[in-house]
Write a protein that binds this ligand. Structure first.
Ligand code: GDP
Length: 351
């Protein structure tokens, strides 16, 4: 299907424009896909579909950690290191709080001063689309635009709050969690769920207290081993074909340990490619994304459906009052939804 002229120009700009045109086209494309207008959405879908063949070649790295742990300092140091190695780096953010505060606290250009003015870097603040699902979806799509524009390392940053870590781990090839040197002192406070997502735990600010950082490194490493056993403590750690989460320490402020971090990422990538996990994870993420969108779309349509709306208040009251079993209520409402959604049956006069 041919794109409208203006979107064809966007597509060309993203794929093969000069550095300046490319940047402008990317910004426009991302603005288009962040729009909530249905006609913009339709154009964005067509544009993304046209960009898709040029995507998928970047390495997608997720970074999270509580505010103040040093994410922007780290991403600035890492980004500059990677650009020095010849990479092009895009930094995106998932910040569900940005819709509440009215401004994004992540991806703020003033936070990565050197990286933001570098010609080989592209930094985009978190969309303020409202719900986490919306924000994460936009970021995922923006990632595809960056890949199509030739950025080969995409860093997706998020604050360590609620579900945003899960969302970021679910859209990246590798997920790294930043911790402070005192993290090990209070292992209870480390959320098991988040730790389990981590492919790599980074203890930042090791320059402040090296002894504490080393202690934290050992404590977190042993916690990770416990998480990772999955009922098979004997063999889990000797299997060299699968990745075992690592713990490293560094100082983002002094740019110390950044090369070791990247070496770790490289070995992860090599191993995951060799054992098939790299591809499998992407496949599974694409399908999970599709189903997320289907579920969200269905929920929206269900709630907006006239026949459902007609009965919802009454049925809700009857269930709450114990006069109608929840399961019967659900079946009834779903029935109203699907009956009306299906094409009308052929009328008896046809036969
Ligand atoms: P973010 O909120 O996670 O993005 O954290 P920032 O990158 O803004 O860092 C928060 C504060 O910690 C800033 O004052 C940084 O200068 C400082 N910081 C970041 N990394 C280090 C580090 O490795 N060592 C020390 N001593 N301070 C750091």
């Amino acid at each position: 299907m041919a794109l409208p002229l203006q979107d064809q120009a966007l597509l060309d700009g993203v794929l093969q424009g000069s550095a300046m045109q490319r940047r402008r086209a990317m910004a426009k494309a991302i603005t288009l896909l962040e729009s909530t207008r249905p006609d913009h959405r339709a154009r964005a879908d067509a544009l993304l579909t046209a960009l898709l063949p040029a995507t998928g070649n970047a390495f997608r790295l997720g970074i999270s950690g509580v505010p103040g742990v040093g994410k922007s300092t780290f991403i600035e140091a890492l980004g500059l290191h990677l650009i020095g190695l010849g990479h092009r780096v895009a930094v995106l953010a998932v910040d569900p709080s940005s819709s509440v505060s009215g401004g994004s606290i992540l991806g703020d250009k003033t936070r990565m001063e050197q990286l933001s003015v570098n010609a080989s870097a592209y930094i985009r603040p978190s969309p303020s689309a409202g719900t986490l699902g919306g924000v994460a979806e936009k970021t995922r799509e923006a990632m595809l635009v960056c890949e199509a524009a030739g950025y080969d390392v995409i860093i997706v940053e998020t604050v360590g709050v609620g579900q945003s870590e899960t969302a970021v781990a679910g859209m990246t090839d590798m997920y790294a969690l930043l911790q402070l040197p005192n993290a090990g002192d209070d292992l209870q406070a480390i959320k098991k769920g988040v730790m389990e997502l981590a492919d790599l735990v980074v203890i930042n600010k090791a320059d402040i207290d090296e002894a504490a950082a080393t202690r934290a490194q050992a404590q977190i490493a042993s916690a990770l081993r416990l998480f990772g056993q999955h009922g098979n403590p004997e063999h889990a750690h000797h299997d060299l074909r699968i990745w075992h989460p690592q713990v490293i320490q560094l100082s983002a402020l002094r740019s110390k340990g950044i090369d070791r971090f990247w070496a770790c990422v490289e070995s992860f990538r090599t191993l995951q490619t060799a054992n098939g996990q790299f591809h499998a994870r992407r496949q599974q993420q694409a399908l999970a994304w599709m189903w997320d969108m289907i579920h969200a779309g269905l929920r929206q349509r269900f709630a907006a459906h006239p026949a459902v709306r007609e009965e919802l208040a009454d049925i809700t009251q009857r269930v709450a009052g114990g006069r109608l079993p929840a399961s019967a209520a659900a079946r009834r409402l779903l029935g109203r939804f699907t009956d009306a959604a299906q094409p009308a049956p052929p009328s008896s006069t046809d036969s």
